[in-house]
Design a protein around this ligand. Structure first.
Ligand code: PLP
Length: 630
């Protein structure tokens, strides 16, 4: 066996490149998590999985690391604090967590706790999010920002929050949203602060580019902004206008785009200040991205900047514009969501089988095969580096002929199997020979992709990594053990849904996107676990119940200074009963129906009452089971 060390594994999977210091590999070949980025607090992921398994909670299993949330909040807030000091900025930074990025209560509460000293506030985009957010204990000065479309009830909830002492900014996304606010000002209800979302010409970059620019769904154009300012003047409400806000999309891959947007927004702020409007806050929205592939480039799965560079550019650019326009510095707000939560969770899945054509045993050839199979035997025997292209094309033709003859009833199953085995072995050899050529033609690249094996893993792409299915978003995937052993297979990962889209066939790579992942050969009777990492942003609530695979088992894990994992809040995933109930199959009704059906069979003498009762009892037990493979 070639020598293969943990450093090779780290390079192969890019762990040091995208891991941001949160993940490592130990000498025994186990993936480790280091949630505070300090050496003592590191633990092997497999240890956590095995610990949790003892309470009969198996994979798929979602692990959350609240210490990673704290570390991220701290690094974002401190990056801004450093920039504020360096550029002698006269105001403070007010981070705000957009709750839509991960609404899980435990996640939000961990963030708020970690961000208490940094004035971390919350951004909501809907009534349920607002109602949830009002229960949180925020520090003095922290903001609650209401984005998205709002109706009367939403505003009533805002007033409720104001009466509780919350500092709430209602962001006007469209001119018509001013009407209910003006009406509210005529009542004796408390008034929220008003923010205006400004539509910038600057656009983001990457998968979410269309959230920004002049054609974007949200925001006020320059003309609308001026009209709204005028309406506030007329209603004697201009002193309520406290914030300008913009958001040009999530995961902005290029820092240049961020700087362009900030320059434009800072100018809007400065010009408004010069019109005598005392806007206090400039909210730069979300968009601070994550380096999912570790390439530090502007590819869709990466970003060409760091948190420090982002903070420096925001602070410096705004200060610079304010200086040239002679206006005071605004208080700074960012709604960074992905950057705070992406690293904190990982999904552990177990591989169940490896499917490939290679696993079909070589058939016995007796020399009496039909001509088409004989021809394939000839190609198989005589193909070499010089003729592989031509011989492969001949093999393709013979394979089509084999199918035609079979459909006409002229070929038996046994001979068809022999022909297919020969074709796939020829294809494998052709790919091998093509690699020695200077230029590999597209057809052999495609052929190689078709030859990758499929690793069947116990999870649902649709439930756990919906952005991979919907947007081709890449997430790092790594085996959590055997990392001191050279992986000998290349595979795509297929889930257990009955859907051909339930497949991961794009993987992070420093230079490119890999069409297959390096994996180990499964050892019969031994589990093989893989981790999907950096899935903490957006995936939790976007997932769906395709095939009725619901939420997976999950647990929070704290790692103490001796590297001991402390498992908290272990929560079983949705049961079969819960998944069914979501779509109107109430377990009680199902059981009643079943009883009635079986009673009929008893009456017809097809089974006894005891047999019927036993079946009902067994059926009832199914409702409490985990929908995934156990
Ligand atoms: N703010 C607004 C208005 C958004 O629409 C979003 C998400 O798209 C965010 C903040 C969070 O963005 P991100 O997760 O990129 O920080």
């Amino acid at each position: 066996m070639d020598s293969f060390g943990v450093e090779d594994a780290s390079n192969l999977y890019g762990i040091d490149s995208w891991g941001a210091g949160y993940f490592g590999v130990d000498e025994e070949g186990f993936l480790q998590v280091i949630p505070t980025k300090t050496n003592g607090n590191r633990v092997e992921v497999i240890k956590i999985v095995e610990d949790i398994k003892k309470s009969r909670m198996g994979t798929p299993l979602l692990l959350r690391f609240p210490q990673i949330l704290s570390t991220q909040v701290k690094s974002l807030a401190e990056a801004f604090d450093r920039a504020i000091k360096e550029f002698n900025y006269q105001q403070q930074y007010y981070p705000v967590f957009p709750i839509k990025v991960n609404q899980q209560r435990a996640v939000v509460e961990s963030l708020i706790e970690a961000g208490y000293n940094y004035r971390l506030g919350i951004e909501v985009g809907s009534k349920p999010e607002l109602v949830g957010a009002l229960s949180l204990t925020l520090p003095e000065g922290a903001l609650t920002i209401c984005n998205g479309f709002k109706d009367q009830e939403h505003l009533e909830t805002v007033c409720l929050g104001l009466r509780m002492g919350r500092q709430i900014v209602v962001v006007v996304e469209k001119p018509f949203e001013l009407d209910p606010l003006i009406e509210l000002s005529k009542t004796d209800q408390p008034m929220p602060w008003i923010g205006f979302r400004v539509k910038l010409n600057a656009k983001g970059s990457g998968l979410w580019e269309k959230s920004g620019g002049s054609a974007s769904k949200f925001g006020l154009s320059t003309g609308q902004l001026l009209q709204c300012i005028e309406r506030l003047h007329q209603a004697r409400m201009i002193n309520h206008l406290k914030m300008f806000h913009f958001h040009i999309g999530s995961q902005i891959t290029e820092i240049r785009r961020i700087k362009d947007a900030i320059k434009e927004a800072a100018r809007v702020y400065a010009k408004a200040r010069k019109m005598g409007i005392a806007v206090e806050y400039l909210n730069v929205g979300g968009g601070l991205g994550i380096d999912y592939d570790g390439s530090k480039t502007s590819s869709d799965a990466s970003v060409n900047y760091s948190i420090d560079e982002y903070a420096n550019d925001v602070v410096y650019t705004i200060a610079d514009v304010c200086q040239t326009e002679h206006v005071p510095h605004p208080k700074l707000v960012s709604e960074s969501g992905r950057a705070l939560v992406a690293y904190h969770s990982m999904l552990i899945v177990d591989a169940r089988d490896q499917i490939n054509e290679r696993s079909v045993k070589k058939p016995n050839f007796n020399g009496k095969e039909p001509q088409v199979v004989e021809d394939l035997v000839y190609i198989h025997k005589n193909m070499g580096v010089k003729n592989y292209r031509e011989f492969y094309h001949d093999a393709l033709e013979r394979r089509d002929e084999l199918n035609t003859l079979f459909n006409l009833g002229m070929i038996e199953l046994e001979d068809r199997a022999k022909g297919e085995w020969l074709y796939w072995d020829i294809a494998r050899q052709a790919v091998k020979y093509s690699k020695s050529a200077k230029f590999v033609g597209d057809e052999f690249v495609d052929l190689e992709h078709r030859l990758f094996e499929k690793l069947i893993c116990n999870f649902s792409v649709f439930q756990s990594i919906p952005d991979h299915w919907a947007l081709d978003q890449l997430f790092p995937v790594v085996p959590i053990h055997r990392l001191n052993e050279k992986p000998t297979r290349r595979a795509t990962i297929v889930d257990i849904t009955c859907d051909s889209d339930g497949e991961v066939d794009k993987f992070v790579d420093l230079k490119d996107i890999k069409p297959a992942l390096e994996v180990h050969e499964l050892i019969p009777g031994e589990p093989y676990y893989l981790a999907f990492l950096l899935i903490g942003a957006y995936q939790d609530t976007m997932g769906d119940l395709h095939n009725l695979f619901g939420a997976v088992n999950e647990a929070q894990v704290i790692v103490d200074q001796t590297g001991k994992p402390i498992v908290q809040n272990a929560k079983r995933g949705d049961t079969i009963g819960k998944a069914l109930e979501t779509y109107g199959y109430e377990p009680d009704k199902l059981i009643r129906n079943l009883k009635a059906n079986l009673q009929e069979k008893v009456t017809q003498g097809k089974m006894t009452t005891a047999e019927a009762s036993k079946l009902v009892e067994e059926y009832k037990r199914r409702f409490n089971a985990y929908p995934y493979l156990t």
